[in-house]
Design a protein around this ligand. Structure first.
Ligand code: FES
Length: 204
């Protein structure tokens, strides 16, 4: 009985051994298959990484394309023109002449006495806008009083004092024309205004 039990015990031990061996082999097979099954997952990861790299490269290309240089137009600069408005031989005391300068009517006067801004040998030649600074009335020259007079509300300006208001509704000086005199030829040139002419946004 003791030996039978030992043999039975040995027999059971062999079965257990066989079962254990089979289980071990099966485990190895399963492990191997599991290993094969996980291998493709690494390949998928590699593919995703490559795709990200291509995406970054495309973004950099778009950024370079957006760098554009725009042309800027330079504004045209306007200036006063130098325009001959009379010759001294055309002028006589008390007899003004009308002209146009920068598209605006002016009057050139030989006063017969030195004046502010006067040109010529006696510094008595001056020129002014003919628009009254009150409401734009057309001025006329009063030779007896040597003044420029507005017929609308009777403002009076002094051409020997830079167009100062003597009397009337006007409160601002009359715009004086800046003159230059050529001693060799006697030509008189207009080169600018001292202030804004009535009724315009710019003298230019
Ligand atoms: S418009 Fe000349 S005084 Fe009024």
């Amino acid at each position: 009985m003791g030996s039978g039990e030992n043999e039975k015990g040995l027999t059971m031990t062999r079965r257990q051994f066989i079962l254990a061996s089979a289980t071990g082999v099966a485990g190895l097979v399963v492990g191997y298959l599991a290993g094969r099954a996980t291998a493709p997952a690494r390949e998928v990861t590699t593919t995703v990484t490559q795709a990200r790299t291509e995406t970054v490269t495309a973004t950099e290309t778009v950024t370079e394309t957006e760098t554009v240089t725009q042309a800027v137009e330079k504004p045209v600069e306007k200036r006063y023109e130098k325009v001959k408005v009379a010759n001294i031989s055309e002028l006589a005391v008390g007899k003004p002449v009308t002209r146009t300068y920068m598209g605006k009517p002016i009057v050139v006067i030989k006063l017969g006495e030195p004046a502010d801004g006067g040109v010529g040998p006696e510094r008595d030649i001056v020129a002014f806008s003919t628009f009254c600074t009150h409401m734009g009335g057309g001025l006329f020259y009063d030779a007896q009083n040597k003044t420029l007079v507005c017929p609308i509300h009777f403002s009076v300006f002094d051409p020997a004092r830079g167009g100062m208001v003597v009397v009337g509704h006007a409160t601002e000086y009359l715009p004086q024309v800046i003159l230059e005199y050529d001693e060799k030829t006697g030509d008189i040139y207009a080169v600018g205004f001292t202030r804004l002419v009535y009724g315009v946004e710019s003298n230019l």
